[in-house]
Design a protein around this ligand. Sequence first.
Ligand SMILES: NC(=O)c1ccc[n+]([C@@H]2O[C@H](COP(=O)([O-])OP(=O)(O)OC[C@H]3O[C@@H](n4cnc5c(N)ncnc54)[C@H](O)[C@@H]3O)[C@@H](O)[C@H]2O)c1
Length: 374
Amino acid sequence: MMLVVQWLRGAVKHAGIRPLCGVEQLISAVRGVSSSSQQLSEFGRTLTSSCTDGDHPKVLITGGLGQLGVGLAKLLRERFGKNNVILSDIRKPPNHVYHDGPFIFSDILDFKNLREIVVNNNISWLVHYSAVLSAVGEDNVALAKEVNITGLHNILDIATEHGLRVFVPSTIGAFGPSSPRDPTPELCVQRPRTIYGVSKVHAELMGEYYHHRFGLDFRCLRYPGIISADSQPGGGTTDYAVQIFHAAVKTGHFECNLSNNTRLPMMYIDDCVRATVDFLEAPADTLISRTYNINAMSFTPQELTQEIKKVLPDLKVTYNVDPVRQAIADSWPMALEDSAARRDWGWKHEYDLPELVQTMLSHITLGNQLAQAN
Ligand SMILES: NC(=O)c1ccc[n+]([C@@H]2O[C@H](COP(=O)([O-])OP(=O)(O)OC[C@H]3O[C@@H](n4cnc5c(N)ncnc54)[C@H](O)[C@@H]3O)[C@@H](O)[C@H]2O)c1
């Protein structure tokens, strides 16, 4: 046992960083004691585990003005209090975002500024949403490399330095044409052919490496395509599944850029943000893995159209296939195998296709009525 403790100490010393809560936990686990209330002094100074956050964690969300960040902030604020969740981005937010809770400018490529924000706000959880998505990434590979890879390195280093719990989403795009597609298991060949996918495999591997090497509390979920009514998608291959709802309500006509039989895994945003918060809250010792698949439903454009037509029978969908997006979609999973998430931390989706369609149409119709009334 002493050998293991010495090895862990050596690993921390060699890394040249302060020991982290995960390492502390691991040492404590080896010794058979709990780290939550324990202070360790064997490293030459007294350490307080940053896993004990008081009543609530203090959360920073990067890239928070995209499709997912505002919805996640809303749920986190309901659970932990408005002022304990800080949204950040490099864009200027709409007024309601300023009113809903703290917002701060943060460019993830500015290491010093990011560190300052973490220190000054006593951040304990970092949700890293900044990214350049699949279709936009193929148009601008240099930007995708910078934001998705260099930016991730900054996040992991700062999270390690300050003992944060860090969540980085991965994606169905982290798989490629040689991965099994229906369903795609947690562990299989990952040879994506987009810069987005390559950067997300890199994020999974780097995060897991930092977890094993430095004890970083890294957590990662592979999201399917996410569908939301209130926020617009940011240039991914599954964007059509959001745009079709707005077109169905507004004009009754939609031109789809994927072929009618392209089957992809999808999830309603409420399931996505609930999964993220539940996973972030899961006790570390229940997590057998640090990267999990989560799955909800899978459908093709044709099946989605049929379901929308049950409510809006006049909807007309035509197809004008974008070869770049189609090639990406053809290399992606049709469904994700997610039994490990269901087993380890109780993941369970609530929205299947019929509930998704009902909910999206009523949100969009209501939103349009309110906009017209104002
Ligand atoms: N939306 C989906 O369907 C989906 C599916 C799988 C995974 N994901 C992942 O979830 C995360 C959030 O996705 P999203 O759809 O909200 O993305 P999005 O493209 O809508 O938003 C990304 C945000 O990152 C910001 N950003 C870009 N460069 C930045 C920089 N240098 N510093 C700080 N912020 C910067 C952008 O301004 C934008 O607001 C991403 O990591 C994405 O890969 C999303």
